[in-house]
Structure formats: C-alpha cells, structure tokens
Design a protein around this ligand. Sequence first.
Ligand code: DX5
Ligand code: ZN
Length: 218
Amino acid sequence: MSTKIAPSLLAADFGNLQRDVEMVNQSDADWHHIDVMDGVFVPNISYGMPVVKAIAKHATKPLDVHLMIVDPDRYIKTFAELGADVLSVHYEACTHLHRTLQAIKAEGMKAGVALNPHTSVSLLEDTIQDIDVVCLMSVNPGFGGQSFIENTYEKVRQLKAIIQRKGASTLIEIDGGVTSLNAKSLTDAGADVLVAGSFVFKSANPTQTIKDLKEIAG
Ligand code: DX5
Ligand code: ZN
C-alpha cells in the first residue's frame, strides 16, 4: 500500500479556500487534513464548524479532522454530521479515551488518537486495537510551519512494534514539519500517512509538490 498524503488546509489561502480544496481534490493527495484548534488545548485558534462545513461542501476525498481541543467528546456528533471520516482526538485531552473512541466509532467515523511530542507511544498499549489512526505530532501542536522533531523516527518505530505485537491494523500518521527531506525516512520507519501543510501550500506548485511527496514517500 502506498503512503497516504494528507495536505493540511491550515496552510491554505483562506480567501481562496474553495480553490485550495479543489486543488487537493484534483491532486494525488489521499485525505484533506483539517486542524481544529480551540485556543485552550493549544495556544492558537484556527477555525470551527462553519469553515469545516464549507470545506466539506467542496471536498471529494476523506476528511481527516484533527481536534486540538479540550473535552472533544462534546463535539463528536457535530463532526460526524459535518462529514468527518477520521476524527482524531488528543490523548492528552481525554480522561476516558476508551469511551471516546467508542463514541467516535458509534457515529460511523474512524477513530484517531493524536499524541503530543512528549507523550510516549507506550501509553497506547491498551487501546491500540480500538484505534484506526495514531497521529504522531512531530511538532508541538498549534501552528503550521514549525521544524520537525527528530525523535519522531524512534516513536514511529516503537509504535509500529506495538501495532504488530498486538495484531492491530492501526495506521501511523505523522503531523508537523513533513517535507520531501524526511518523508522517505518516515515511511521507512513505518509511517502510513504524511500530513503536510506549509510544504505543500507555500510551494510554487502545490499539485506537483503533493505528487513529488507521494512518490518520494513510496
Ligand atoms: C499543527 C497541525 C498541523 C499543521 C502542519 O498543530 O496539527 O496539521 O498544519 O503544518 P506543517 O506541515 O506546516 O508543519
Ligand atoms: Zn494536524
């Protein structure tokens, strides 16, 4: 299976959001990555439901929604109604992660868990079979355009080992600072999905950049 590429619309031109969503539709990308930030869990506020609704209206590929919000259980149903296909909550924001995962699946979505750079993958040992996607943050969440944290490679290898040992089919997604320079090393380590914001949208030819990234990642 080839590596999935998920352009992060956080780096899109919000004045031309429809154009940028359509660019992703027509590209070799696999998912639309949608970052929702509440200004509490992370220091930044990105966008909320009306913008996600607008994206969903034009998007033709699965919506990969990354919630960087406290107490995400409050909005599981809402994001299902908005058309999310994958809904990722932060491990650090969930008191009852197992319950949250069941609630996401009960709404017909794939359940994702995002881990901050300081959070050990070993904490997912007991829930991995219930998780469809683990989103390993390779920057501290809250902003696009940050530098990739090198320790991520080791976390990917450790997580892959847990997934294999437990016989799970969880995908490993990497989010933050992904470029053509680290894409191959990440997939070699075991990554299945690469999120890329700035690297795609700040490039001269985003469609070509997505194509190149997918080819490099293999
Ligand atoms: C960061 C977000 C990322 C971000 C990635 O908190 O979760 O998805 O958009 O942006 P780049 O690829 O620019 O690091
Ligand atoms: Zn994200």
